[in-house]
Design a protein around this ligand. Structure first.
Ligand code: HSE
Length: 281
């Protein structure tokens, strides 16, 4: 059984914990039945795999899991979400695909704590979402193909738990309004490919001002974005950064490459969600 799950870039600035986009970098998970007793107890993919069997009050079968890794770890690219989604998909296939995508999304959100990575990892595209009790309400939006999605991946990891722990517990009403207004507009602007809107309003008051201090050279990349008709977001909890510009903006890639030669720069697109490549088990 093979399941391929995309990287995701969560938040897109003001959409903290509520918005995320799939990117065409993938982790591919292979699940094989085995007689060997392998202890995966602490791993996220096994936690997700056993989640559904626990729900069903069934013992999970013994599996051997291997991963072809395309999504860098602890770089704010949803690598944990890929593990959760793959584990849930695998268990669901073994149980005859009893659960729908929406149910899988709910389980994944329960495990991850927020839907902004697992949403687009399952559904693809840009997903805006809200949790209400045990349900996830969402819309999937197709990001415009007129835009270029450039990922800057630093050479260091940033633990999500650390990047969450430094955020203030309380925000002012002014800052909340700043974010609400911008996150609404950003999702539509990405759908329409409206670069003027994206340049005009990008910004965040809930997490980026605190997290950018943890990302070496963020300010230099931001300067290039501002001077070259582009936006910049911290991808998820960092350390990666996502730049959006128009496809015709060819110069910006070269300028970004001058900042830090140890950081990887990739031009990506936003495509589909998790894919089942093979169901044999
Ligand atoms: N929304 C999350 C955060 C993404 O910014 O902490 C990382 O899991």
């Amino acid at each position: 059984m093979i399941i391929k799950v995309p990287a995701t870039s969560a938040n897109l600035g003001p959409g903290y914990d509520a918005m995320g986009m799939s990117l065409n970098l993938y982790n591919e998970f292979t699940f094989v039945k085995t007689d060997e007793k392998i202890d995966y107890k602490d791993s996220l993919f096994y936690k997700a795999f056993s989640y559904i069997f626990d729900l069903e009050r069934k013992a999970p079968p013994q599996v051997k899991i291997s991963i072809k890794t395309g999504v860098p770890i602890a770089r704010g690219l949803g690598s944990s979400a890929t593990c959760i989604v793959a584990g849930l998909y695998a268990a669901n296939i073994i149980l005859g695909e009893k659960y729908s995508k929406d149910e899988i999304l709910r389980f994944a959100t329960d495990i991850e704590g927020h839907p902004d990575n697992v949403g687009p990892a399952i559904l693809g595209g840009l997903v805006i979402s809200a949790m209400e009790k045990d349900r996830v309400f969402y819309y999937k939006i197709n990001p415009s193909k007129k835009l270029s999605y450039i990922l800057i991946i630093p050479d260091f990891e940033l633990e999500t738990s650390l990047a969450r722990s430094i955020l203030p517990k309380k925000v002012t009403r002014e800052d909340a309004v700043y974010n609400i207004a911008r996150s609404n507009l950003i999702s539509r602007a990405i759908e329409k490919g409206d670069m003027e809107m994206l340049i005009g309003i990008f910004g965040d008051k809930l997490h980026e001002p605190y997290r950018k201090k943890l990302i070496k050279d963020f300010d230099l990349y931001e300067k290039i974005a501002r001077e070259n008709k582009a936006t910049i977001f911290i991808s998820g909890a960092g350390s990666s950064m996502l730049i959006i510009s128009s496809k015709e903006n060819l110069e910006i890639l070269n300028k970004l490459r001058t900042i830090n030669e140890n950081y990887k720069i990739m031009e990506l697109s936003s495509g589909g969600g998790a894919e089942i490549i093979g169901k044999d088990f």
